[in-house]
Write a protein that binds this ligand. Structure first.
Ligand code: IMP
Ligand code: MG
Length: 195
């Protein structure tokens, strides 16, 4: 790894590219059945959800629009504080549309809880959530998740769009990472960390 990444130790691969893409295809087919005869709008949450979203929509056969939002959450490198800021809003109107939010990972659920409420004010026909990873051990909300790629234990994960300090998003697989003591606290404390 190049300099900026070398302080982190990548552990074993948890999900391979093939496993992730097989799962994306399964969920894409399920979404196609669930929304048969309808049109959907998939909203990708920048930046972490980009790989997952693009893989997922390849297997969706109903008419599909895409849009993106970017949000930051104030906190340190590994935990969000619950204060969510919208850095890039939608370009499309969602009123009357069937919306699916594509997310990389749900941990506390605070980010998506906030976003879902925000989007509900725009009166879409429906809103569902499709996440690559679910980390239920971190949950602080009763957020309902409709489509889950994989459930993971309470470890910090990178790859396939997920980062630590903006690194490792490009890995085509998912792996756990050891974060040296001091990095998490020092990471982005008090600053908005793009998720
Ligand atoms: P939540 O609001 O606590 O659910 O936080 C969700 C966001 O935290 C995700 O979109 C990720 O950006 C980040 N996050 C939570 N757990 C991990 C992880 O294990 N690896 C990388 N990012 C994570
Ligand atoms: Mg992140």
């Amino acid at each position: 790894m190049s300099d900026g990444s070398s302080k982190y130790l990548l552990e074993d691969v948890i999900f391979t590219q093939e496993q992730i893409e097989t799962r994306a295809a399964e969920i894409g087919r399920q979404i196609s059945l669930d929304y048969a005869g309808e049109e959907i709008l998939v909203i990708g949450i920048l930046r972490g959800a980009v790989m997952w979203m693009t893989q997922l929509i390849k297997s969706i056969t109903v008419d599909t629009e895409i849009d993106f939002m970017a949000v930051s959450s104030y906190g340190n490198a590994t935990k969000s504080s619950g204060i969510v800021k919208i850095n890039k809003d939608l370009e499309s109107s969602i009123t009357g549309k069937h919306v699916i939010i594509a997310e990389d990972i749900v941990d506390s659920g605070v980010t998506l809880n906030y976003l879902k409420e925000y989007l509900e004010h725009m009166e879409p026909a429906s809103i569902k959530i499709c996440t690559l990873l679910d980390k239920p051990s971190g949950r602080k909300t009763d957020l309902e998740i409709d489509y889950i790629g994989f459930t993971v234990a309470d470890v910090f994960i990178v790859g396939y769009g997920l980062d630590v300090g903006q690194k490792f998003r490009n890995l085509p697989y998912i792996t756990s990472v050891v974060i040296p003591k001091g990095c998490a606290e020092g990471g982005a404390a008090g600053t908005a960390d793009a998720i």
